[in-house]
Every structure is written in structure tokens, then in C-alpha cells.
Design a protein around this ligand. Structure first.
Ligand SMILES: O=C(O)CCC(=O)C(=O)O
Length: 292
């Protein structure tokens, strides 16, 4: 049994659960205690200062000049005269930093996830930090999280936790409503470039920013809000056009009842998955129990 260090500020409503399963995404307003969320600001900055996150802006530049891939840039932001900022992203901080492990497993987030996934148990799959500094020109390409996950099952989701006020102009995540209902196998891509991850199989995710009338939704969020999307929901994010406002977010991915390990060819391997076989039930230490 895991013990949350604090409770959500309110319960998840039946309507929110229905929205999550119908649309593949739901924005839960004012559900996380502000102090619990903002306590992660220093660990994030320490992690960035220690260069533990990938510089995705530099990666987009390198892919463009080396592999000839097209970087996903918001041309309006690039032409705006705002000094160019950096997009940095890291993964699996929980493996090395106790603050991240505690946040992912004992904050109210997994309790909220258990309600949405209607699951008795919730396991941590992965955490990410995604920071778009002011002036970040890179869009986050449309992708499907499940294509990167070594998992099989229906009850898998991503929680997106903002540490800043975020709107469309500073890089809000945009979601393709109902895309989780489609079981097409998609390839994972390089996130900030149109290049697909080598060695992977499936279809390329369409660039929904080029599709008129695509059923897109995004949310203006503030710290304390929590956006949760299903792992099959296609999503991307905008650039950060602001000259002053950061866009910091922690994104934590969880699995609920009935989900098993399933190695996905070409998706990034994790050292803590060594020795696992397809069909294995999720368990500590590779998948810490976060609720139940
Ligand atoms: O924050 C972003 O730019 C993208 C977020 C995302 O793709 C995720 O959390 O799965």
C-alpha cells in the first residue's frame, strides 16, 4: 500500500472520468495542491543546471544539418525577433533523484490517475521534464506516447503538470480529440523533427497542424491544474512565443490494472527493463507501485 503525502484538493468527478474515456484527454482544474507542485521547481532547475536533460533545440538543429530532417519550427516565433530559447527534455529522473520518485509515487497524482483509469493499482512507468524557455521556436511534433512505451494494455495514461501559467502562445499541449479510439500502430518520431525513430514500425503520425478542421483541443492551464491524456491520444505542442515566460512541465506516465510489459522494437530501451519479457506483470523495482 502506498501512502500519499497529501490528498488531491478535490475528487475526480464522474463527468471528468467520462470525458477522459470519450475524448482521450481531460483537464482537471485546481486538483493538485499548489505547494506540492511548486516544490518541484527547485529540483527541476537543479536537474537542468546539472545538464541532465537533452537539449532538444540543439538536437533539432543537428538533425536538420546532418540527416536533412526538417525541424518543427513555428515560423512566426522564429521571425518575431524574440531571442531564441531552448527546449529541454529529460526522462526517468525518478531513477536518480528521490524528489522526483516521491513526487511521482506519493503526491496526489497517482490517486487521481487511479480514479480516471478505474484501476485498483497504478504503477509508475516514466517521468519527464519538458521545459520551453522564452523564445523556444520548436514545436513538439504530433506523436502518440504508446509508440514509445514498452507496455501493452488499455489503462495507460500521461499526466501533464504545469509549473507556470501556460496558454497557446507559450506552448500549451494540443490534443486530437478521440484519437485514442483508433488502434493504428504509429511510429515514434524525434519529437522536434519530422524524422521517425530508426528501426521502428508503423505509420507516421500526421502533422495535424496542417490539417484544417482537425478535432484539436488545448487548455490554458495554471499550476494546480492537471491534464491527463490516454497513451494512444495523439498530441503535440506549440512553440513558446513569449520573451519572458517559461513553460515548465512535469509529465508522468502511469499504467493501471491489466497492463503488462511489451518490448516495442526500436523504441528507446531503459536499463531498468533488462531481463523483462513480454507479458510480464508490472512490479517494483522497474515499475514502482504508486497507488493501491
Ligand atoms: O510538453 C510538451 O511539449 C509535450 C508533452 C508530451 O508530449 C507529453 O507529455 O507526452
Amino acid at each position: 500500500m502506498t501512502t500519499p503525502t497529501s490528498a488531491p484538493r478535490r475528487s475526480v468527478t464522474d463527468e471528468e472520468i467520462a470525458t477522459f474515456w470519450r475524448d482521450g484527454v481531460v483537464c482537471l482544474r485546481d486538483i493538485l495542491p499548489l505547494d506540492v507542485v511548486m516544490a518541484m521547481a527547485d529540483p527541476i532547475d537543479r536537474m537542468l543546471a546539472a545538464d541532465e536533460a537533452a537539449d532538444l533545440t540543439a538536437m533539432a538543429d543537428a538533425l536538420e544539418s546532418g540527416a536533412g530532417a526538417t525541424r518543427l519550427v513555428d515560423e512566426g516565433v522564429a521571425a518575431s525577433g524574440v531571442a531564441r530559447g531552448t527546449f529541454r527534455g529529460g526522462t526517468d529522473h525518478w531513477c536518480v533523484h528521490p524528489e522526483f520518485a516521491e513526487f511521482a509515487t506519493t503526491s496526489p497524482v497517482p490517486t487521481v490517475v487511479a480514479a480516471l483509469l478505474r484501476s485498483k493499482s497504478v504503477w509508475l512507468y516514466e517521468d519527464s521534464v519538458l521545459v520551453k524557455e522564452p523564445g523556444t521556436q520548436e514545436r513538439t511534433g504530433f506523436h502518440q506516447d504508446m509508440a514509445y512505451f514498452h507496455l501493452d494494455g488499455e489503462n495507460v495514461c500521461t499526466t501533464w503538470i504545469p509549473l507556470d501559467e501556460v496558454d497557446y502562445s507559450t506552448g500549451a499541449v494540443v490534443y486530437v480529440v478521440g484519437s485514442h479510439l483508433d488502434h493504428t500502430e504509429y511510429r515514434p518520431n524525434m519529437f522536434v523533427s519530422d524524422m521517425q525513430l530508426p528501426g521502428t514500425v508503423g505509420e507516421a503520425v500526421p502533422d495535424y497542424s496542417m490539417i484544417d478542421d482537425a478535432p484539436i483541443v488545448s487548455f490554458e492551464t495554471k499550476p494546480g491544474d492537471l491534464v491527463v491524456h490516454h497513451a494512444r491520444t495523439i498530441h503535440g505542442a506549440g512553440a513558446n512565443a513569449s520573451a519572458t515566460r517559461r513553460r515548465r512541465a512535469i509529465s508522468i506516465r502511469y499504467a493501471g490494472d491489466g497492463v503488462v510489459f511489451h518490448r516495442r522494437v526500436g523504441a528507446p530501451e531503459k536499463p531498468h527493463h533488462a531481463g523483462l519479457r513480454d507479458g510480464d506483470r508490472l512490479s517494483t523495482p522497474a515499475f514502482p507501485l504508486a497507488h493501491g
